[in-house]
Write a protein that binds this ligand. Structure first.
Ligand code: PLP
Length: 459
């Protein structure tokens, strides 16, 4: 009997949360129900999702920045279909696939000077793991420095450079020789680099967890110090790259010339997992140093045709549709629109970002009545107020956002780069309405807190 996926979906639609509770991550499925994110989505297109009842949702999660081009971009979809129809000799492994060569060439064109060699893998963590191995191979040194609040993946290889204790806790012992630095502390950085045992300093040019932006002089100076002390300077652009911040690489905002850049997420056009670690030939050749070490680092699905074709199509669309320039313009409009609300709502401590990577930070309210409510939610779990805002944006405005990181009162917006004035206006209006509700103890925001506090306390 022929297999019909459409029939399966038709028959089983509605069972997804039960299936996940039974066979996958039970805790995650429960958490989604508690915060009202347990929707039955049936369609996604551009910046929007639709549920089984036909309700439309504006998606500011964008798959954690997988959908910079929006969902189902027609050019990428057509290229995916072309690759499948061609029956190309995919993953021969003992050959040099053309599409990997073409994508490497296109990526190198977009890199700062000197970054001319590429390694392809499948995920962001893969790309960071690869960067760390390059740095060790190139320097023969043991230590890695990273920043507080950093996020570089959750594999055992990337966990030791995770700046959040919540992610690290419970998995000891982690790999040794990874040390956290404070953002903007150049003295501390140089003190560590001076010891001469640092292979790499790894940064996200803007941190994903919390949308923390360094002081303007920090990254250029950190790069200079790395050069001076022989350490490899790695910019992890897995989330902030691919046009998200209004430049192809976020590090362009400071004219950085890192030794290694990592990319992933949107490189696959929203269709296929893929990542790239781009470095200098001199570093690349230290890892693949001899014929008998030519496969000392590799991954089975790296360079597969679908991923390479998705990358080529994505780079084409970013340029053709001028999406990077659009991200800069729309991002500024969004940041300005949100920042204009700040004087009206004392709960808003800060609106920050570059391009379409935007963070909104909250602080305790001044009014006595609200202070008690804030204290009660914070006592149950730090950062719970931001979760209430995320819930209200979803429930009353059908907008998907996320809390900016564990234990912080920050929400993060990562819209697809295709959004226009209409979406920017809708986001600002919805946020305005939610903040107006949050200013009243009897409003929609605080009324959701009882259930959330109960679950937080019972964990
Ligand atoms: C900066 C950064 N690096 C690495 C990763 C890990 O990527 P992945 O989840 O694909 O392993 C992420 C994921 O969000 C990220 O934001």
């Amino acid at each position: 009997m022929p297999y019909s996926l459409a029939e399966q979906i038709e028959k089983r639609q509605g069972e997804q949360y039960a299936l996940h509770r039974q066979y996958l991550n039970t805790s995650l499925a429960r958490a989604q129900a508690i915060i009202g994110f347990d929707k039955l989505y049936t369609r996604g297109e551009g910046a929007y999702l639709w549920d089984a009842e036909g309700n439309r949702y504006l998606d500011l999660l964008a798959g954690y920045s997988v959908f910079n081009l929006g969902r189902g971009h027609p050019v990428v979809r057509q290229v995916m279909q072309e690759v499948l129809a061609m029956e190309r000799p995919n993953l021969v492994k003992m050959d040099c696939p053309l599409l990997a060569g073409l994508l490497a060439e296109e990526l190198v064109k977009r890199m700062p000077p000197g970054l001319d060699s590429v390694f392809f893998a499948n995920s962001g963590a893969d790309a960071v793991d690869t960067a760390l191995k390059f740095a060790r191979a190139a320097t023969k040194r043991p230590r890695t420095l990273f920043l507080d609040h950093a996020f570089h993946g959750l594999t055992l290889g990337t966990l030791p450079l995770n700046g959040g204790d919540q992610f690290r806790r419970g998995f000891d012992p982690l790999m040794p020789d990874f040390d956290a630095m404070e953002m903007n502390d150049l003295e501390g950085l140089e003190r560590e680099l001076r010891r001469g045992d640092v292979a790499a300093f790894v940064v996200e040019p803007i941190q994903g967890k919390g949308v923390y932006i360094p002081a303007d002089s920090y990254l250029p100076e950190a790069q200079r110090l790395c050069r001076k002390h022989g350490a490899v300077f790695i910019c992890d652009e897995v989330q902030v790259g691919m046009g998200r911040t209004g430049r192809f690489l976020c590090s362009e905002h400071w004219a950085l010339e890192p030794d290694i850049v990592t990319l992933s997420k949107s490189l696959g056009g929203g269709y296929i997992p893929v990542s790239a670690t781009v470095t200098r030939r001199s570093i690349h050749d230290k890892m693949f140093s001899r014929l008998d070490r030519c496969q000392v680092h590799s991954t089975t699905f790296g360079q597969n045709d679908l991923a390479m074709a998705a990358g080529l199509a994505t780079l084409h669309v970013l340029e053709e549709e001028r999406l990077i320039e659009r991200a800069a313009v729309m991002g500024q409009k969004l940041i300005d629109g949100l920042a204009a609300l700040q004087p009206r709502y004392d709960l808003i401590a800060d609106v920050r970002g570059k391009g379409l990577m935007v963070g909104i930070e909250f602080r305790p309210p001044r009014s006595v009545g609200l202070r008690a409510a804030w204290a009660a939610t914070e006592a149950a779990q730090k950062g719970l107020f931001a979760q209430l805002v995320v819930m209200a944006l979803m429930r009353y405005h059908h907008i998907l956002t996320q809390v900016g990181g564990p234990g912080v009162n920050i929400i993060k917006l990562l819209p697809p780069l295709i959004i226009g004035d209409q979406e920017v206006e809708a986001i600002v209006a919805a946020f305005d309405a939610v903040m107006a509700e949050a200013a009243s103890i009897r409003g929609q925001v605080w009324s959701q807190s009882g259930q959330l506090v109960k679950h937080a306390v019972s964990q």
